[in-house]
Design a protein around this ligand. Structure first.
Ligand SMILES: [Zn+2]
Length: 250
């Protein structure tokens, strides 16, 4: 396969999807204390007013921080957190085989990009999921069923994959060329998908830029991430493998 060719950008002018234009919604929840022109000359009263204002600003800031944190989480089905958390299922945290709750999808298996009952899909970054849905719908017109072979993963699942990779490749160094750590993997962040089957990954390699979906690594033809600038500028150059990715350091 000629891997040096840049993916086709095949731009369609004027169809920048709304998620490109939406900067993520207003995050400015700063509490405005308002003008306080009426001032008392009595120092104690002024002190009390000051304390009240400082307290209000503090509470407002705390509320804004909480709101921003909640807003940045993946949106779960029905707005309710799915079972489990980023760490993973009890089984996987105990060193056992990961479950669907960890985002586990068996080798050779896949789930629909719209399957919100699968944590692997439901816990993806919503913008990534929306881009995938758009790509899926267009691919369908070409007779391609674009599916998710792996999406969001819990930290315990990622640790399990890393242990498996070390067994498979014989060394931590070689495993690192293929599998990130729970701290570095974009899958754990909900910001990467592995596309299945191969024909769909190949289709997305050729058409993904128009949806802002780009391959990241030359050695992983199935792995895609969201790169909104690709809609206008085409996909950025790929890393040869994850060891060249600065995000993988650390
Ligand atoms: Zn991947």
């Amino acid at each position: 396969m000629d891997t040096t060719t840049r993916p086709s950008t095949s731009l369609r002018p004027g169809i920048a999807p709304e998620w490109i234009l939406d900067p993520g919604g207003p995050a400015d929840g700063q509490c405005r204390a308002g003008d306080r022109r009426a001032r008392s000359r009595r120092p104690l009263f002024r002190l009390l007013v000051t304390l009240l204002v400082v307290g209000t600003i503090g509470a407002g800031t705390a509320a804004a921080v909480v709101t921003a944190a909640v807003a940045s989480r993946p949106d779960y089905p029905g707005g309710v957190a799915v079972a489990g958390d980023d760490e993973g299922s009890a089984a996987a945290r105990g060193g056992g085989r990961p479950t669907a709750e960890d985002g586990f999808i068996a080798d050779g298996d896949s789930v629909a990009v719209s399957d919100m009952s699968a944590p692997a899909v439901a816990r993806l970054d919503p913008a990534l999921r929306e881009a995938l849905q758009r790509a899926h719908d267009t691919a369908e017109e070409d007779g391609i069923d674009l599916r998710v072979g792996s999406g969001w993963r819990s930290k315990a699942y990622q640790s399990w994959l890393l242990r498996e990779a070390v067994r498979t490749y014989g060394s931590a160094e070689e495993a690192a060329r293929w599998v990130g750590t729970p701290e570095t993997s974009q899958h754990v962040k909900g910001e990467a998908v592995d596309i299945a089957p191969y024909a769909a990954a190949d289709w997305l390699h050729r058409h993904g830029a128009e949806f802002g979906l780009c391959r990241t690594y030359d050695n992983e033809p199935w792995h895609f991430e969201l790169s909104p600038s690709a809609v206008e500028a085409g996909c950025p150059a790929m890393f040869r493998d994850p060891t060249e990715d600065p995000r993988m350091q650390g």
